[in-house]
Design a protein around this ligand. Structure first.
Ligand SMILES: Nc1nc2c(ncn2[C@@H]2O[C@H](COP(=O)(O)OP(=O)(O)OP(=O)(O)O)[C@@H](O)[C@H]2O)c(=O)[nH]1
Length: 343
């Protein structure tokens, strides 16, 4: 594809086939994000176009490096608790439940004991200041963008506008009294944009593989999407979700059949299964609350694990205390590496 110039304030569009009308408008970069807030929106749009153009010439790695979501240095400062309070429906006080016990990552109903204690003592380290990365992948037209927009903006657009490359939203929560943010990456399902989108898979704490409940082929393709996303991440570090979209278009036996197939595949993938509808909003909030809670808990546990003082101490026989190396603060409650299924 040829790289096109982006008109000031116009759409993000650099494919041959898609005209500006077919493209999603560029989300204005967040002020704490990748580009200086002092620039006008037009200037920032133009700069994104330049970055994209450079990246297309040099390959997706460079693109990822230039605007890497892992470069959170600038983001941290603005994610301090000084921001506006989170909206009520982003406040999570009890551990959100799974969709089905037949394919869920954790069957427990409460936060891990050590996490609850750390939250009560406001002793969650840097967790409240970090962004947890969530990547949404899946075939074109399955409804990835619609799902994200329903959750983040509470809107639904019936018209299809292909995602070009990637886009992201940041959603702030308060979990067990601690601020927590998800950075939700929407990736393009179209094959020709895959190389750009895949440059953003790295560093994901959560991978959401989406398929259309009305199209069984899109379910079959989720294996490949997951494989591609996992290739960019360390084994066993990601929570995996399999999400069937457009639930409003399914009912009765057909829905049960589609869900049964999906649950079967979710178990093979070690994923948690959810059915949602971006159109009606069914299960959308519950799903993202579950994502946020699992990611939050894992982040707190990892933070506790890193602290030398959290390691248990035993006497060395001479009256001195020594720390037990490599001991995890996790208890029986959470024995497996976070991210692996534990039903
Ligand atoms: N009925 C119904 N339609 C939906 C739902 N979610 C998405 N759609 C429609 O499905 C089409 C594709 O949705 P998108 O969200 O753009 O799909 P996408 O997966 O982001 O597509 P790409 O950006 O090309 O990867 C749009 O016309 C949406 O209106 C849903 O829950 N119910």
């Amino acid at each position: 594809s040829r790289v096109q110039a982006v008109p000031p304030g116009g759409s993000r569009c650099y494919g041959d086939r898609l005209g500006p009308a077919a493209c999603r408008p560029l989300t204005p970069p967040p002020t704490y994000g990748l580009l200086p807030a002092s620039q006008s929106h037009e200037a920032r749009v133009a700069r994104v176009a330049v970055v994209i153009a450079g990246a297309r010439a040099a390959g997706p790695r460079v693109f990822a490096a230039r605007v890497s979501p892992l470069d959170t240095g600038k983001m941290r400062s603005s994610l301090t608790p000084l921001g506006p309070p989170v909206s009520r429906d982003r406040i999570i006080t009890s551990f959100p439940k799974w969709y089905t016990p037949d394919a869920c990552l954790q069957l427990k109903e409460h936060f891990h004991g050590q996490v609850s204690t750390a939250c009560q003592r406001r002793n969650t380290g840097t967790v409240g200041l970090k962004l947890s990365k969530v990547v949404v992948v899946g075939d074109l037209y399955v409804g990835k963008t619609s799902l994200i927009h329903r959750f983040c903006k509470n809107v639904f657009d019936r018209d299809y506008k292909a995602t070009i490359g990637v886009d992201f939203e940041i959603e702030r929560f308060e979990i067990a009294g601690i601020p927590f943010s998800l950075q939700i990456w929407d990736t393009a399902g179209q094959e020709k944009f895959k190389c750009i989108a895949s440059a953003y898979y790295r560093g994901a704490q959560v991978i959401i593989t989406a398929f259309d409940l009305t199209d069984v082929q899109t379910l079959e393709h989720t294996r490949q999407w997951l494989e591609d996303a996992l290739r960019e991440n360390e084994a066993g570090t990601c929570f995996i979700f399999l999400v069937g979209t457009k639930k409003d278009l399914m009912s009765g036996a057909a829905c049960e059949q589609a869900e049964a197939e999906a649950v079967h595949l979710a178990n093979e993938m070690q994923a948690e299964y959810w059915s949602v509808s971006a159109k009606t909003g069914e299960n959308v909030k519950a799903f993202f609350s579950r994502v946020a809670a699992l990611a939050f808990e894992q982040s707190v546990l990892q933070d506790l694990e890193k602290r030398p003082s959290s390691r248990p101490q035993v006497s060395d026989g001479n009256g001195d205390l020594i720390q037990i190396e490599g001991h995890s603060p996790k208890t029986q409650e959470n024995k497996r590496p976070p991210g692996l299924g534990c039903c």
